[in-house]
Write a protein that binds this ligand. Structure first.
Ligand SMILES: *[C@@H]1O[C@H](CO)[C@@H](O)[C@H](O)[C@H]1NC(C)=O
Ligand SMILES: *[C@@H]1O[C@H](CO)[C@@H](O)[C@H](O)[C@H]1NC(C)=O
Ligand SMILES: *[C@@H]1O[C@H](CO)[C@@H](O)[C@H](O)[C@H]1NC(C)=O
Ligand SMILES: *[C@@H]1O[C@H](CO)[C@@H](O)[C@H](O)[C@H]1NC(C)=O
Ligand SMILES: *[C@@H]1O[C@H](CO)[C@@H](O)[C@H](O)[C@H]1NC(C)=O
Ligand SMILES: *[C@@H]1O[C@H](CO)[C@@H](O)[C@H](O)[C@H]1NC(C)=O
Ligand SMILES: *[C@@H]1O[C@H](CO)[C@@H](O)[C@H](O)[C@H]1NC(C)=O
Ligand SMILES: *[C@@H]1O[C@H](CO)[C@@H](O)[C@H](O)[C@H]1NC(C)=O
Ligand SMILES: *[C@@H]1O[C@H](CO)[C@@H](O)[C@H](O)[C@H]1NC(C)=O
Ligand SMILES: *[C@@H]1O[C@H](CO)[C@@H](O)[C@H](O)[C@H]1NC(C)=O
Ligand SMILES: *[C@@H]1O[C@H](CO)[C@@H](O)[C@H](O)[C@H]1NC(C)=O
Ligand SMILES: *[C@@H]1O[C@H](CO)[C@@H](O)[C@H](O)[C@H]1NC(C)=O
Length: 380
C-alpha cells in the first residue's frame, strides 16, 4: 500500500531529473546560450509561454548567432512584442530530432501565428533539409542556419542549437526589393497592386527576374493598364501557399482567371514555358518562386523546352527594349532588410540603412550568388 503510493512519486522524480523544463535545459547549455538565456531572463512572460509549449522543437540561437547582430537589430530584441514574435518563429510545431531531415526540403509550421507578422494559415514556416550532411533551416530570403548541437530534450520536446538567427519573412515589396526583383516590384507598383497582393492571406507569386522583364522591353511601354493588370494577375495564385514541394504536374488558376501549367522534369519546375530559377523565398503572406520569363495570359499553351539553354519568351514578338530594365525607374535599392519589423509594428530603429548585406553575411550563399547566378540554387 505504502509502496504502491510511493512508486509513482519516485518515478516522477526520476523522470523530472532526466527530462528538464525548457528553461532548465537552456540553462544547462549556458556556455553556448548565455545571450539567449539573458534575453529570456529579462522577460518572464515570454519564458512562461515557452515553458508551456508541448510537442515542439526549439531552435536556440547560439551566442555567436546573437553576437553577430548589428546594433539596430540587437536593439530590436529589446522590444518585447518583436522578441516574442521572433522567438515564436524559432519554435517548430512538432518534435523533430536531427535525424528527421533528409535531402528533400520540408516546410514546417512554427508558433509564429500573430497576424501582425504573418498571414499564412497555420503559422509561418521554415524550410528544413540536409545541406552537406548538416541539418539546415532556411527563412525569409533563404538566410540559412545550421544545427551545431542537436537533440537536447526537455519536457515539451527537443532543442537544437543553431548558428544563426532565423529571419521573419517580409512583406511583398520588401521581399521583391531585397531579392533584387526590382522590375517585378516596379510592375506591381505601376499596376497599383501592391496593397491587394500584400494584404491577401495565403498567396503564391511567380516573380519574373529582371532579365525576363528586360527581354520583353519593347512590348512593355505599349501595355495598357488593363493588359498590365492581367499579365501580373497571371503570375499570382490567391488563397494557397504552394511551396516547391507542392508543385507537381498540374494546372493552377491564377488571379487573372486563366490557368498556368506546372511541369516538373527531373526536379526542375516549369510554369508554362518558364523555368523556376529560385524556389521558395518566404513572404509574410506566402511564397515567391523566381522564374526566367514573363508569363503571357494570351499564350497559356506555352510549354517548356527542357533542353533549351536560353528560353523562348512567351511573348513571341517582343524584344529587349532600349530604355533599360522596365519598371525599375524610381525603384530604390534595398534599405531595410533584417528583420522585417518595419512592416510589423516594430520600433523605429528597425529601419536600417545598412543595405542588404547583413542578413546574407551569415548565409553560405550570398545575395549575389543567389539572385545573380541563380542556377546554383536550382537543385538544392
Ligand atoms: C549564464 O552565464 C552567465 C555568464 O556567462 C551568467 O551571468 C548567467 O547567470 C548564466 N545563466 C544561467 C541560466 O546559468
Ligand atoms: C501580436 O503582435 C502585436 C504587435 O507585436 C502585439 O501587440 C499583440 O499583442 C500580439 N498578439 C498576440 C495574440 O500575441
Ligand atoms: C506532434 O506534432 C506533430 C506535428 O504537428 C504531429 O504530427 C504529432 O502527432 C504530434 N504528436 C503528439 C504526441 O501530439
Ligand atoms: C544527429 O545527431 C547525432 C547526435 O545526437 C549525430 O551523431 C548525427 O551525426 C546527427 N545527424 C545529422 C544529420 O546531423
Ligand atoms: C500545432 O499544430 C496543431 C495542428 O496541427 C495546432 O492545433 C497547434 O495549435 C499548433 N501549435 C502551435 C504551438 O502552433
Ligand atoms: C557543417 O557543420 C560543421 C560543424 O558545425 C561545420 O564545420 C561545417 O562547416 C558545416 N558545413 C556546412 C556545409 O555548413
Ligand atoms: C532525446 O530524445 C531522443 C528520442 O528519444 C533520443 O534519440 C536522443 O538521444 C535524446 N537526446 C539526448 C541528448 O539524450
Ligand atoms: C494606378 O493608379 C493611378 C492613379 O490612381 C492611375 O493613374 C493609373 O492608371 C493606375 N494604373 C493601373 C495600371 O491601373
Ligand atoms: C492579413 O490578411 C488580412 C485579410 O486578407 C488583411 O486584412 C491584413 O491586413 C493582413 N495582415 C498583414 C500583416 O498583412
Ligand atoms: C507601340 O505601338 C506602336 C503602334 O502599334 C508602335 O508603332 C510602336 O513601335 C510600339 N512601341 C514599341 C516600343 O514597341
Ligand atoms: C510531368 O510531366 C513531364 C512532361 O510531360 C514528364 O516528363 C514527367 O515525367 C511528369 N512527371 C510526373 C511525376 O508524372
Ligand atoms: C532526367 O535525368 C536523367 C538522368 O540525369 C536523364 O537521363 C534524363 O534525360 C533527364 N530527363 C529529362 C527530361 O531531362
Amino acid at each position: 500500500m505504502l509502496y504502491k503510493n510511493f512508486l509513482p512519486l519516485a518515478l516522477a522524480s526520476v523522470a523530472s531529473a532526466q527530462t528538464p523544463s525548457l528553461t532548465d535545459a537552456l540553462g544547462s547549455l549556458n556556455s553556448s546560450l548565455s545571450s539567449l538565456n539573458a534575453l529570456l531572463g529579462s522577460n518572464s512572460q515570454i519564458t512562461d509561454a515557452l515553458n508551456n509549449l508541448q510537442n515542439v522543437t526549439v531552435l536556440a540561437p547560439s551566442n555567436d548567432a546573437l553576437n553577430a547582430l548589428d546594433g539596430d537589430t540587437a536593439r530590436l530584441l529589446t522590444n518585447s512584442d518583436y522578441l516574442q514574435a521572433l522567438l515564436n518563429y524559432h519554435v517548430l510545431n512538432g518534435t523533430y530530432y536531427n535525424t528527421s531531415f533528409g535531402d528533400d526540403s520540408v516546410f514546417i509550421p512554427t508558433a509564429l501565428t500573430n497576424e501582425t507578422y504573418t498571414n499564412v494559415t497555420g503559422g509561418q514556416v521554415v524550410e528544413a533539409r540536409l545541406n552537406d550532411n548538416n541539418v539546415t533551416f532556411f527563412s525569409a530570403l533563404k538566410q540559412n542556419a545550421s544545427i551545431v548541437t542537436p537533440n537536447v530534450n526537455f519536457t515539451g520536446g527537443t532543442i537544437h542549437i543553431i548558428n544563426s538567427l532565423l529571419v521573419i519573412p517580409q512583406n511583398v515589396s520588401e521581399t521583391l526589393s531585397n531579392a533584387n526583383l526590382s522590375a517585378a516590384e516596379g510592375a506591381i507598383n505601376t499596376a497599383n497592386l501592391t496593397d491587394s497582393i500584400g494584404n491577401t492571406h495565403d498567396i503564391t507569386i511567380f516573380a519574373p527576374n529582371n532579365d525576363a522583364f528586360n527581354a520583353i522591353g519593347s512590348l512593355v511601354s505599349n501595355l495598357t493598364s488593363d493588359q498590365l493588370t492581367s499579365i501580373l494577375g497571371y503570375h499570382v495564385i490567391n488563397g494557397s501557399v504552394n511551396y516547391s514541394t507542392q508543385l507537381e504536374n498540374s494546372t493552377l488558376t491564377t488571379v487573372n482567371g486563366d490557368d498556368i501549367t506546372i511541369t516538373v522534369v527531373n526536379g526542375t519546375v516549369y510554369v508554362n514555358s518558364a523555368k523556376v530559377t529560385v524556389p521558395d523565398i518566404l513572404l509574410e503572406n506566402g511564397v515567391v518562386h523566381v522564374i526566367d520569363q514573363v508569363l503571357n495570359p494570351d499564350n497559356t499553351s506555352a510549354a517548356p523546352d527542357t533542353t533549351a539553354t536560353t528560353a523562348t519568351p512567351a511573348f513571341t514578338d517582343a524584344s529587349t527594349g532600349t530604355a533599360g530594365i522596365p519598371f525599375t525607374s524610381g525603384i530604390t535599392t534595398p534599405t531595410t532588410t533584417f528583420p522585417a519589423a518595419t512592416s510589423a509594428g516594430g520600433p523605429a530603429e528597425s529601419s536600417s540603412s545598412s543595405g542588404a548585406a547583413m542578413p546574407m553575411k551569415t548565409g553560405a550563399v550570398g545575395a549575389a550568388a543567389l539572385f545573380g547566378g541563380a542556377a546554383v540554387f536550382v537543385n538544392l
